[in-house]
Design a protein around this ligand. Structure first.
Ligand SMILES: NC(=O)C1=CN([C@@H]2O[C@H](COP(=O)(O)OP(=O)(O)OC[C@H]3O[C@@H](n4cnc5c(N)ncnc54)[C@H](O)[C@@H]3O)[C@@H](O)[C@H]2O)C=CC1
Ligand SMILES: O=C(O)CCC(=O)C(=O)O
Length: 390
């Protein structure tokens, strides 16, 4: 029986992927083989010895201590792109809310509850509506920082709305480059983007290199009245610098999904409570994808969409037993393990070895089930991190 401990509200469609005759799934599971989570901060959670994998049903993994998990051979998954459409749609809403007098107009209309005469109300609204006039986004320039799953969708949407789009992404993957519209002008640096954009939308991961990417210096470059949208993470933006820029009339509006106390109630801030991915569709997509990835890893040792281990996928050969092991990516480890198997007279039928950065992962299908002494001998090989027999 595999055990999966869940954190946060995980879509039932994802939870239903786990066949209950083979899986125990719940928030109070002890000795879990896997965690399935959304925004739970795993830095605050003790790592059970039994833990083999953690799947983040979502994109950002800044709530997972990935380096620590890697040292323990724990595979960390995320679900790239599974919630991108939901974020894209909210970014569009944010752009429109920042541009039209929708929110103050609604607040004004809702303040008129004491009125009872419809004709009088209509006349008043016609007189007052000039206070809530706005602009249009068509023809304006959107600068997208981070052209991955979300950034590229935001680009397509903005182009469809008649905007010009410039983008900056110094680490764009080949897959992401294929997805990106040729109508997006790629900028060589962030500064070029900031000086051109009427709207700036951030879609980068939270990490050391993006901490306070938007600071006083960056905000000094933006066009007067530019709108900054942050549906990425709070750490990417120095909120004190944003407040200074809004107060002196440089930045026009700040739309963010990660409110911070200093910005609450500010007339030029539009804040939502981290609901970028909170749609039924994206919650399902993420949960189903995360559950599928976890099951394939637990049952077969296959890895797809890990943020710390390489992709590995090897079909099973009937009648064999599968050994998987992770190791530090240094030379000789696989050879030493194969020597152990040869010495113990364990015949190898098929195998695969892949590496990524400082880690490597191996699948070896063997003819006969290896005993505990074989597993112990593999574990004793220098630089082997974790061994499983499946
Ligand atoms: N508000 C919400 O509920 C959600 C927020 N997010 C946030 O959005 C982020 C992006 O998500 P995805 O687009 O799915 O990820 P992704 O991994 O597909 O794209 C991120 C892109 O940022 C680029 N990048 C990294 N450092 C950069 C830098 N310094 N400057 C410019 N580009 C840089 C990468 O090369 C990559 O192309 C996530 O890491 C997460 O923090 C994601 C989903 C939901
Ligand atoms: O699970 C959620 O609602 C948060 C989504 C998110 O922030 C992400 O995928 O990075």
């Amino acid at each position: 029986m595999y055990k999966v401990r869940t954190y946060n509200q995980i879509s039932v469609k994802g939870l239903d992927r786990f066949p209950r005759q083979a899986y125990e799934v719940g928030s109070d599971i002890g000795q879990p083989d896997a965690f399935l989570l959304r925004s739970q901060k795993l830095q605050d959670v003790e790592v059970p010895k039994s833990l083999l994998a953690a799947a983040r049903a979502g994109a950002g993994v800044n709530n997972v201590p990935v380096a620590q998990y890697s040292k323990q051979g724990i595979v960390v998954f995320n679900t790239p792109g599974a919630n991108a459409n939901a974020v894209k749609e909210l970014v569009m809403a944010g752009m429109l809310l920042a541009t039209r007098g929708i929110l103050p107009g609604m607040a004004y209309v809702n303040s008129l509850t004491a009125m009872s005469d419809a004709a009088e109300m209509a006349a008043l609204l016609e007189k007052e509506k000039t206070r809530f006039a706005g602009g249009e986004i068509k023809g304006k320039t959107l600068g997208i920082v981070g052209l991955g799953a979300i950034g590229s969708m935001v680009a397509d949407m903005a182009l469809a709305m008649g905007m010009k789009v410039v983008g900056f992404d110094p680490a764009l993957s080949i897959d992401a480059a294929w997805r990106l519209s040729s109508e997006v002008s790629r900028m060589e640096n962030l500064q070029s983007l900031l000086t051109r954009a009427d709207y700036i939308s951030l879609h980068v991961p939270a990490m050391d290199a993006t901490h306070h990417l938007i600071n006083d210096d960056a905000l000094g470059l933006v066009k007067t009245g530019a709108v900054l949208l942050n549906f990425a993470r709070e750490t990417i933006v120095d909120s004190a610098a944003v407040k200074r820029s809004l107060d002196k009339g440089k930045l026009g509006k700040y739309v963010c999904d990660f409110p911070e106390p200093a910005l609450l109630g500010h007339a030029k801030v539009i804040a939502t409570p981290h609901i970028g991915a909170s749609t039924e569709e994206s919650e399902e997509n993420c949960a189903v994808m995360a559950a599928n990835q976890l099951m394939d890893y637990l049952e077969n040792g296959n890895i797809v969409n890990s943020v710390n281990f390489p992709n590995v996928n090897m079909g099973r050969t009937a009648g064999t037993t599968r050994i998987t092991f992770s190791n530090d990516n240094v030379s000789g480890v696989l050879g030493d393990v194969l020597s152990v198997l040869a010495e113990k007279k364990v015949n190898v039928i098929d195998m695969m070895n892949k590496s990524r950065g400082e880690l490597a992962f191996n699948i070896i299908d063997v003819e006969t089930s290896p005993g505990d002494h074989v597993v112990a001998a593999i574990e004793a090989v220098a630089h082997v991190i974790r061994v499983r027999v499946i």
